[in-house]
Design a binder for this molecule. Structure first.
Ligand code: NAD
Ligand code: WQD
Length: 338
């Protein structure tokens, strides 16, 4: 079975490609390298012992997509390709709607034309907005997104539901990721953000390698055990495995299925900091700073549906996540740039 992984040289995509190769799938990556490097393909080969096909291309280009689909039979598409920076999306909404929504529509049109009907979509816990309670499950209402990035996920989910209603040859898995962190234990691949990291874990590891002098913790007056926000951090290798579980589900022709992928455990910002300190063996400097606009107090998931229906259960805890992300950053202080 051949899987087309769009955005496959990115953070979550690269880890998923390894998981796919290790499970005997053949893989073609299509990525425009707007937020990743081709070197990732070498690293994937080094880890998995097999090299995925790589095509430099854009999901917004029918020509690029047809090159892939006409060259080989694609059995399933996992669409990681997209822009994902929340703050940037507020400044550049048109670019986000174009890249993420137009890109997804274009990809689905080519899939239909080429008779490939299995689709896995990288959605996000952000579609729940500020949930009325935690843990959230898949029946919670979606909406109330606070930025164009989140809204692209919400709209694409709706487009996928409408598409299936009109054409039930499609089988679609919508995977709502919670907070992926960590890296492959080899330290050969990991998250490599451009500029100042927006997200917590890469910011912490940049403090650890001396690129930033301290972590700003955004808010210590939330209604939580230690005043800092609670999230459901999931190891990127667990998340990657969730995609293999989803492919198997699609082969049962389920129509549209939705799964939250998390660990079910909420951790505070200070819990995460302490996990990285344990990996580091010394304290990490931090200061409390004002709340960040758009942050919600708490979000973590119920895990029962994914466990019951696709056999997915996260194995790693935050200590493993911190150890592996630190290992990656330590070995690659400048990410993929030497
Ligand atoms: P990433 O930026 O590391 O990977 C995305 C990849 O897609 C990059 O390699 C980029 O070059 C490529 N890309 C972007 N636009 C493209 C286009 N038009 N055509 C072809 N390639 C394109 O991001 P990631 O963290 O690996 O996220 C993967 C997906 O998961 C994204 O859709 C993201 O929105 C979603 N997601 C991420 C998180 C997270 O916290 N990282 C959480 C929930 C959902
Ligand atoms: C986690 C916690 C911050 C940085 C975002 C997107 C979401 C999803 C995952 C894609 C929060 C705090 C952070 C820092 C801090 N992405 N923090 N200092 O905001 O839960 O989710 O990424 O879909 O859509 O919104 O993740 O890692 O940015 O923040 O104190 O320098 O860490 O306030 O409480 P978030 P995050």
């Amino acid at each position: 079975m051949r899987i087309l992984v769009t955005g496959g040289t990115g953070y979550i995509g690269s880890h998923t490609v390894i998981e796919l190769l290790n499970n005997g799938y053949e893989v073609t990556i299509l990525d425009n390298l707007s937020n990743s490097k081709e070197l990732v393909v070498d690293r994937i080969e080094e880890i998995a012992g097999k090299r995925p096909d790589f095509v430099k291309g854009d999901i917004r280009s029918k020509e690029d997509l047809l090159k892939v689909f006409k060259g080989q039979k694609i059995d399933c598409v996992i669409n990681f390709a997209g822009l994902k920076a929340v703050g940037e999306s507020i400044k550049m909404p048109l670019e986000y709607y174009d890249n993420n929504i137009y890109g997804a529509i274009n990809l689905l049109e080519v899939m239909r034309e080429c008779e490939c009907f299995n689709f896995i979509f990288s959605s996000s816990a952000t579609v729940y907005g500020d949930p009325a309670s935690v843990p959230v499950d898949e029946t919670f209402p979606v909406g109330g997104t606070t930025n164009p990035y989140g809204t692209t996920k919400l709209f694409i989910e709706q487009i996928l539901q409408d598409l299936y209603k009109a054409d039930n040859r499609f089988n679609i898995a919508i995977l709502r990721y919670f907070n992926p962190i960590g890296a492959h234990p080899s330290g050969l691949i990991g998250e490599d953000p451009n500029g100042i990291p927006n997200n917590l874990a890469p910011y912490i590891t940049q403090v650890m390698v001396g690129k930033r002098d301290h972590l700003n913790i955004f808010g210590n007056d939330y209604d939580t055990k230690d005043g800092t926000c609670i999230r459901d951090y999931i190891h990127v290798c667990d998340l990657a495995r969730g995609h293999v579980c989803a492919i198997k589900k699609l082969l049962e022709n389920p129509g549209v299925v939705i799964y939250n992928l998390g660990t079910g455990k909420g951790s505070s910002v200070l819990d995460i900091l302490h996990a990285f300190e344990a990996a580091y063996g010394k304290p990490i400097p931090y200061e409390f700073a004002p709340r960040r606009a758009g942050d919600i107090t708490a979000n973590y998931t119920k895990v029962e549906k994914a466990e019951r229906e696709i056999g997915f259960k996260a194995q790693y805890d935050i200590m493993d996540m911190a150890r592996d992300q630190w290992n990656w950053q330590k070995k690659n202080p400048n990410g993929y740039s030497k």
